[in-house]
Design a protein around this ligand. Structure first.
Ligand code: CP3
Length: 344
């Protein structure tokens, strides 16, 4: 047993209660985050400032009482350090000024260790958090999946239809695979450096998994995530890996790989995920994030999830990120309800 309940839970061991954290827990719903965010000016400045990034990472641990700290950064620092100019425009989200359209655009970008060694501010943030985080809390490092990162690198921004990447998928799959392969090589080393800097567990966000039809999902996303898992597991078998592919009900029967925790999004019934995957993977999730607007709706969901999972092989979380206008008090209520209902 480790001294961290969260790590024991990731490895399927029995724990005195079911641990909980929230995706996007370090963020705008916290007034304390807003204050540090303002002092940083631009959002990327906050990512580039290890002291401030460390401070906002620790806020939800201290204020809301989660069992794990996720380091504060963004998935898009990877393409940014590969050489793509990135800006965050208020109200519009992230934007790359020169998206990848041709092979020559890709060839200009840094790959492998050249890119991964540029992300020094993330490694420094991890070292600072490690110095201050309580011994019994786990530190989660993360990355976007190659597919999710590729959607931003090809579309240049968030998308409703993903038509530019999907046009490439069906008309020039070789180029899409070349892009995914280059990202995968950077991400493997990026995650390795996060582990060497002190993270206890890895989560890979495949936020835009649902953009791919189920019969193409393995080829264009899952297999690249599993390549990263295999690389990390061979070198760091003690570090648990969580995969969060959002919106993949149609792929549940085909899930494979040597990872530890499957993140269940809110649109997938937990009972179905348990039936299909519960004996092979610990399940994380999956309260619908908007239930946080109501304390009653929150309690109802936490109790139902605990009955389904029977307090075993489970980590409580939301089924996607917490929204900026959720009252902090409701977030605290969610955490304390998870602890209350699952206490043994
Ligand atoms: O608390 C945590 O989870 C750690 C921090 C974190 C952020 N982004 C901070 C952030 C994490 C894990 C991410 C991951 C991320 N970033 C994902 C995958 C997770 C998911 O939600 O599916 C994605 C798709 C991104 C890309 C991204 N970054 C978008 C689309 C946006 C704009 C979204 C918005 O709500 O405006 C960001 C910006 C961002 N990343 C913010 C935060 C706190 C808000 C920026 C601000 O403070 O102004």
């Amino acid at each position: 047993m480790s001294n961290k309940i969260f790590i024991d839970a990731c490895l399927g061991k029995e724990t005195p209660y079911t641990p909980v954290w929230m995706m996007r827990q370090a963020g705008r719903y916290l007034p304390q985050y807003q204050k540090v965010r303002q002092s940083a000016g631009d959002f990327l400045n906050l990512c580039h400032d290890p002291k401030k990034a460390c401070e906002v990472s620790l806020q939800p641990v201290d204020i809301v009482g989660v069992d794990a700290c996720i380091m504060f950064s963004d998935i898009l620092v990877v393409p940014n350090e590969m050489g793509m100019e990135l800006s965050f425009i208020k109200g519009e989200g992230p934007k790359f000024s020169a998206p990848i359209a041709f092979e020559s655009d890709l060839d200009k970008l840094l790959g492998g260790d050249e890119a991964a060694s540029k992300i020094t501010y993330v490694y420094e943030t991890i070292r600072l958090i490690k110095e201050q985080l309580a011994e019994d809390k786990a530190l989660i490092g993360f990355t976007g999946s190659p597919w999710t990162l590729a959607t931003y690198m090809i579309e240049g921004q968030g998308s409703k239809t993903y038509n530019i990447c999907k046009k490439m998928m069906y008309t020039n799959p070789q180029l899409l695979h070349k892009i995914l392969t280059k990202i995968t090589e950077v991400v493997k080393l990026y995650m390795e450096k996060q582990i060497q800097s002190g993270i206890d567990v890895v989560q890979i966000f495949d936020s835009w998994a649902a953009a791919i039809e189920p019969s193409k999902y393995d080829e264009f996303s899952w297999k690249y995530m599993i390549e990263i898992v295999d690389y990390l597991k061979e070198k760091y078998p003690h570090i648990p890996v969580i995969l969060f592919p959002k919106g993949v009900v149609g792929f549940l029967d085909k899930v494979y790989g040597n990872f530890d925790v499957f993140g269940v999004d809110w649109s997938t019934p937990m009972a179905m995920a348990k039936e299909k995957l519960g004996d092979r993977y610990v399940l994380q999730g999956n309260m619908e994030p908007c239930r946080l607007y109501s304390k009653e709706a929150t309690t109802e969901s936490v109790e139902a999830l605990n009955i389904i999972m029977e307090g075993k092989r489970h980590i409580f979380n939301l089924g996607h990120g917490i929204l900026p206008d959720v009252p902090v008090d409701h977030a605290k209520h969610f955490i304390s309800e998870c602890h209350r209902v699952s206490a043994k």
